[in-house]
Design a protein around this ligand. Structure first.
Ligand code: PSU
Ligand code: MN
Length: 305
């Protein structure tokens, strides 16, 4: 069996030279944001990472090939694709074996990054324990992936549509370190606070790189979650967000939304209810996470030299 993935030429060159690379997910492009803001966001984020030094590597499955790093043309095409699959650990190899096109969630992007030797990954918010999980059992595969795959994931916390307390309890049980970046309270995606204390706190990219090295030295395996609050000028008040979430959850219930469709449905509904404000905040937080991930990747590469 040949190598099951294909790196773009710039990503391959960077990896061969030992230069830093930052992985990016693509579910946010196909299922998390509307066209054309999705492609604008994806291009902007790649540019920000390059400006910090590392090479960006957006991950997706195109016609059955697991691609690590997309050309601008491919990014544009993916952003306009209707009916792309949303791929996690279970269905990534299914899409590859059957020649399908799909975007990768946090879990599947971590798998791809680890395969290619990329240690840092930026996203918006991870999946987690859904509200009502005590009856629906809806818990994102992202949490198990963080427990098993050695990649540092920079996010703005878990999406506030989830049960955040349960989400962070599960991460603690699984031994996933959760680091508040420069803050004592975890962010909740659209807002800087959540009422949940940061289990750990670090204040610089260098300190995060040092922490990663210590984990490597102990052969702990598994990932690290860095929770980076969005810029204060774009955060949305938690009580305002709470109102949109209540309404969106009621609509999802009414529409009988289940499983993989829940997260995209809620994000779309909240976008409508917020008059686009949630999208503006979402783009700002992804950009901020990309910049931080780039700096962590640079610090980690400097420590390997
Ligand atoms: N963050 C966003 N938009 C998204 C997602 C995260 O701002 O669309 C995606 C991520 O890819 C995450 C996925 O892995 O939602 C979680 O989906 P689920 O809850 O079905 O596991
Ligand atoms: Mn789910």
């Amino acid at each position: 069996m040949p190598q099951p993935f294909l790196c773009s030429p710039p990503v391959q060159t960077a990896l061969d030279a030992g230069r830093p690379v930052v992985a990016l997910e693509s579910t946010i492009i196909t299922h998390g944001m509307p066209w054309p803001q999705n492609v604008e966001m994806a291009r902007g984020v790649e540019g920000l990472i390059r400006a910090e030094g590392p090479e960006p590597a957006t991950v997706a499955v195109l016609d059955g090939v697991l691609r690590i790093g997309l050309s601008d043309h491919e990014l544009l095409a993916l952003g306009q694709t209707q009916g792309a699959m949303k791929l996690s650990r279970a269905d990534l190899p299914f899409a590859m074996a059957t020649g399908r096109t799909g975007s990768t969630t946090v879990a599947a992007t971590m798998i791809a990054a680890a395969l290619a030797g990329i240690g840092t990954f930026a996203t918006g918010g991870i999946g987690g324990v859904h509200r009502g999980a005590e009856t629906s059992f809806d818990v994102s595969a992202d949490l198990d992936e963080l427990a098993r795959t050695p990649v540092t994931v920079v996010c703005a916390g878990a999406k506030a549509i989830l049960d955040l307390k349960k989400t962070f309890e599960v991460l603690e049980t699984k031994g996933v370190p959760v680091i508040g970046y420069g803050v004592d309270e975890l962010p909740s995606f659209w807002s800087r606070g959540s009422g949940i204390p940061s289990p750990l706190r670090l204040d610089t990219p260098e300190a995060i790189a040092d922490f990663g090295r210590m984990r490597d030295a102990l052969s702990l395996g598994g990932g690290v979650l860095v929770a980076n609050p969005l810029p204060p000028e774009l955060e949305i008040d938690r009580s305002t967000v709470a109102g949109w979430i209540e309404a969106a959850l009621a609509d999802a219930e009414g529409a009988g939304t289940r499983g993989k469709d829940v997260t995209p449905f809620l994000l779309r509904r909240i976008f409508e209810l917020s008059g686009g404000r949630s999208l503006e905040a979402n783009i700002a937080l992804v950009r901020s996470n990309a910049r931080l991930a780039a700096r962590i990747a640079v610090a980690a590469a400097a420590r390997r030299e």
